[in-house]
Design a protein around this ligand. Structure first.
Ligand SMILES: Cc1cc2nc3c(=O)[nH]c(=O)nc-3n(C[C@H](O)[C@H](O)[C@H](O)COP(=O)(O)OP(=O)(O)OC[C@H]3O[C@@H](n4cnc5c(N)ncnc54)[C@H](O)[C@@H]3O)c2cc1C
Length: 92
């Protein structure tokens, strides 16, 4: 694994699932970053790339962020209307 100098600020491009996960990892390590999202909110493909009625095919438990679990009332396979909410929660 390559190490990076933590004095450098990182640019995270996009706030889809990968951008959010990258930002969370940087934050956990105390590495400064700026995150840029071209769209109107977080969630990436699940905000603007699929029908809102589309359901994830990975289960809620395997898709959620462990420290920001989806609300208990969510179904096992929530639709796109619910997934960006998860990503917004995971962004903190
Ligand atoms: C129909 C369908 C069903 C799927 N089902 C599942 C599933 O059940 N479970 C699962 O885990 N995965 C599923 N996936 C895959 C999952 O949606 C993707 O793996 C995931 O969205 C990829 O995340 P990402 O952050 O790389 O990209 P994206 O979600 O595409 O997000 C990229 C973000 O970057 C932003 N962006 C792009 N360029 C720039 C720029 N130059 N500057 C600033 N912002 C920029 C975009 O606006 C976007 O918000 C499914 C995908 C599809 C299409």
């Amino acid at each position: 694994m390559t190490s990076i100098a933590t004095s450098e600020k990182i640019a995270v491009i996009g706030a889809g699932p990968v951008g959010i996960s990258a930002a969370r990892a940087l934050k956990k390590k105390g590495i400064a970053y700026d995150q840029f999202e071209a769209g109107s909110g977080v969630g990436g493909n699940w905000r603007h790339g699929v029908y809102h009625t589309a359901h994830i095919i990975s289960s809620r438990k395997t898709t959620e962020y462990p420290d920001f679990p989806m609300p208990d009332h969510y179904p096992d396979f929530p639709n796109a209307a619910g997934v960006p909410k998860l990503n917004s929660r995971g962004r903190r």
